[in-house]
Design a protein around this ligand. Structure first.
Ligand SMILES: C[S@@+](CC[C@H](N)C(=O)[O-])C[C@H]1O[C@@H](n2cnc3c(N)ncnc32)[C@H](O)[C@@H]1O
Length: 213
């Protein structure tokens, strides 16, 4: 829990800067948005965990019945709410919550989304169990995750150093097969896996998993 509070502080501190930074891999981002949009329908109730400043939730909102964005950072959520208000978006709402205590009642969502988040979660088994409970039978868990251990080996040294000086949040290094095994181990079947990072060194795995019906 202490780690989650520290991480919330870290993300609060960079939220305003994060909101104005450009998406580094725009073609990869657009690919993920398009792919996700095709998986959703206009009758769906959707949860996006680790929603950040709400960019993705607000893009998907017109295509679903309702989307809830949640994030551990109060500042990120404040920005997401400002953006929803500015857009006049009625289908999206935003709330502060750590991933392992994501909002909603059991079996209430058609889909749960987690983009650029799972590598930042220290207790992934609890988070995956929570997502599984929140989904309806047959519901989808769609995630996109940087697999940092497949990237530059220097990252193994750089991340702990940056964390030590307060310049990085908790970050977990794993490869795609390990993440896939964790998701399957939480009771999901894996429907699809795609690589959505378009740069040669961008090892992001896009996984579509399903809670068995
Ligand atoms: C790299 S940003 C990604 C934001 C957004 N999903 C995107 O793809 O642009 C990670 C986000 O996860 C949130 N986050 C980090 N740890 C979290 C946790 N334990 N529970 C919920 N959200 C968390 C951060 O506050 C931040 O907004």
């Amino acid at each position: 829990m202490l780690r989650t509070i520290d991480d919330a502080r870290f993300w609060d501190g960079i939220a305003r800067k994060y909101a104005t930074s450009r998406i580094k891999d725009m073609p990869g981002y657009q690919r993920s948005i398009e792919r996700t949009r095709k998986l959703l329908s206009n009758s769906d109730t959707v949860l996006e965990i680790g929603c950040g400043t709400g960019t993705t939730a607000l893009k998907l909102a017109p295509f679903v019945r309702r989307i809830v964005g949640s994030d551990v950072s109060t500042e990120m959520v404040a920005i997401a709410r400002e953006k929803a208000l500015a857009l006049g978006c009625q289908q999206a709402e935003f709330t502060v919550a750590a991933a392992e205590s994501s909002p909603g009642s059991d079996g209430s969502y058609d889909a749960v989304l987690a983009f650029n988040l799972l590598h930042l979660i220290s207790d992934r088994p609890s988070t995956l169990a929570r997502i599984h409970r929140l989904l309806k039978p047959g519901g989808l868990f769609v995630s996109k995750t940087p697999c940092l251990s497949e990237m530059n080996p220097l990252i193994r040294v750089a991340v702990p150093l940056m964390r030590f000086v307060g310049k990085a949040p908790f970050v977990s290094l794993f490869a795609a097969p390990a993440l896939e095994a964790e998701i399957a181990g939480a009771g999901f079947t894996i429907d699809e896996r795609e690589r959505h990072g378009t740069g040669p060194k961008d090892a992001r795995i896009f996984i579509v998993a399903r809670k068995p019906g």
